[in-house]
Write a protein of this length. Structure first.
Length: 214
């Protein structure tokens, strides 16, 4: 299992080349792709998430760790598909209409991936219809919305209202976040969860999906 530990450690250091090499080596040695994923790649990313939450590391370190995660996933994904590995959930994420900020959204997307989600990033300046159409198309469990401007926060409510109009509100877990967003705003617009940072978003999403499937 020393190899799995090394994958986790190199990922935390953001050493993408090493992660790629070690993931391939683990596969060549006949290791279970699920073990490589869960105990190597995702374990490393969850440790990064915890450190980020405690302000022990900052955005640049998270970004290089995420790059290493993606390098490992690129090698591993064909094998996971081959054995029919199911993600813990599917999430559609984007920045709402009128808002072009994407750093927070990208961090949450990385943390969700690191928590075992299949993530569909619909980008920035996303209309309510685009969020919902992607969620319907991919069979998503969660719709995650980000906003950095107080003027665009209101567009989060547009997504919730559109879900209600289509009679599919109960089908999705709706999560919101971003600098001007808070718990009372989330409640006011009828979202299910507000989280203050990317690591918490991934933790809350995991628990929410587990609850939903019980």
């Amino acid at each position: 299992m020393a190899l799995i530990q090394e994958i986790s450690e190199f990922l935390q250091k953001g050493r993408a080349k090493n992660v790629k090499t070690l993931v391939q080596q683990a596969l060549d040695e006949g290791m279970d792709p699920k073990v490589i994923l869960n105990e190597g790649l995702l374990d490393g990313m969850m440790i990064i998430g915890g450190k980020f939450k405690r302000n022990e590391i900052f955005v640049p370190e998270v970004l290089v760790a995420a790059r290493a995660l993606n390098a490992g996933l690129n090698i591993l994904e064909p094998k996971l598909i081959e054995i029919g590995n199911e993600p813990i959930g599917r999430a559609v994420i984007g920045t709402v209409k009128g808002d072009l900020h994407d750093i927070g959204k990208n961090l949450v997307a990385m943390m969700l991936k690191g928590a075992g989600f299949e993530v569909y990033d619909v980008g920035v300046d996303v209309t309510p219809e685009a969020f919902i159409e992607k969620a319907e198309e991919e069979g998503a469990d969660i719709i995650c919305m980000s906003a950095l401007l107080t003027t665009t926060m209101v567009n989060m409510e547009g997504v919730v209202n559109e879900l209600k109009n289509r009679n599919i509100r109960d089908k999705y877990i709706v999560m919101v976040g971003g600098a001007p967003v808070n718990e009372s705003f989330a409640q006011q617009i009828g979202a299910d969860y507000y989280t203050p940072d990317a690591a918490t978003a991934a933790e809350v999403a995991r628990v929410a999906v587990e609850k939903k499937t019980v």
